[in-house]
Design a protein around this ligand. Structure first.
Ligand code: ADP
Ligand code: MG
Length: 261
């Protein structure tokens, strides 16, 4: 694997400092994401999945901070990058999708304005060109009647459609790495399956690498190539999905598999 990884994380540690106490939210995370593959990060609520994702993008704010480890992205350590440099990486090379599309979409802008913003900034397109590209993106993520939807506001869309818009926004910059933090948890089951199907299909067509964060091993089985199991802030097991399901090594993973229906 080694050299063909888009990102290599080594012993990442992130803490929150409150009332002179250090709470170690991420306490030794090590994994690679092989290029063009999907890594699942699985673990129960509070195990440090989201803080790991936010640490990669350096979105952790006071009183939290990264206290150790390395995040090697395309040969450079992100933990050493300035906020200015990170802003460029966030807008161009690594995108993130969050769990709740309603809180991440801006209610006062239309779908087209929000997707188009990314094109206008990064590709210096005119309004008209950005609108046309936004419609293309809506088509890509399978939204019906994109010419109409592009002028609508988030509240006019269903939850599943809003998540599709979030995916379109995340893909607008053509990222090399997409981090999806529980992208289907807030959706009902049939819509969940459609969104996962869409993400798999997009990866086949666009070839980006994905970190898929989930508390659901079923999602891992369906969408991932590799998996990192998190427990109490640590990655306790890292394996290919086949290996993990056929030969789990860590007791926590064994328990997790036994609890599957
Ligand atoms: P997950 O995404 O796996 O559910 P998180 O990464 O959100 O878990 O959180 C991991 C741990 O980090 C939590 O259990 C909590 O103890 C700690 N944590 C997260 N955010 C904060 C915060 N703002 N202040 C203090 N501790 C936090
Ligand atoms: Mg989380």
């Amino acid at each position: 694997m080694g050299q063909d990884s888009i990102i290599k994380i080594r012993d990442l540690r992130t803490s929150f400092f409150t009332q002179n106490m250090e709470v170690r939210a991420v306490d030794g995370v090590t994994f690679d994401v092989p290029k063009g593959k999907t890594l699942g990060v699985v673990g129960e609520s509070g195990s440090g999945k989201s803080i790991t994702a936010m640490s990669i993008l350096k979105l952790i704010q006071n009183p939290g901070k990264i206290v150790g480890g390395e995040i090697e992205f395309k040969g450079e350590d992100l933990t050493k990058k300035s906020e200015g440099a990170m802003r460029k990486i966030r807008g161009n090379e690594i995108s993130m999708i969050f769990q709740e599309p309603m809180t991440s979409l801006n209610p006062v802008y239309t779908v087209g304005q929000q997707i188009g913003e990314s094109f206008r900034i990064h590709e210096k397109l005119s309004k008209k060109e950005a609108l046309a590209k936004s419609i293309d993106m809506l088509k890509l993520v399978g939204i019906p009647s994109p010419e109409k939807r592009v002028h609508q506001y988030p509240f006019e869309l269903s939850g599943g459609m809003r998540q599709r818009v979030m995916i379109a926004m995340a893909l607008a910059c053509n990222p090399e790495l997409l981090i999806a933090d529980e992208p289907t948890t807030a959706l009902d089951v049939t819509i969940q399956a459609q969104i996962l199907e869409l993400m798999k299909d997009l990866q086949d067509r666009l070839g980006m690498s994905i970190i898929m964060i989930t508390h659901d091993l079923g999602v891992v089985a369906e969408t991932c190539d590799y998996v990192a199991v998190m427990y109490c802030g640590k990655v306790v097991e890292y394996a290919s999905v086949n290996e993990l399901f056929s030969n789990p090594r860590h007791p926590y993973t064994v328990g997790l598999l036994e609890s599957l229906p």
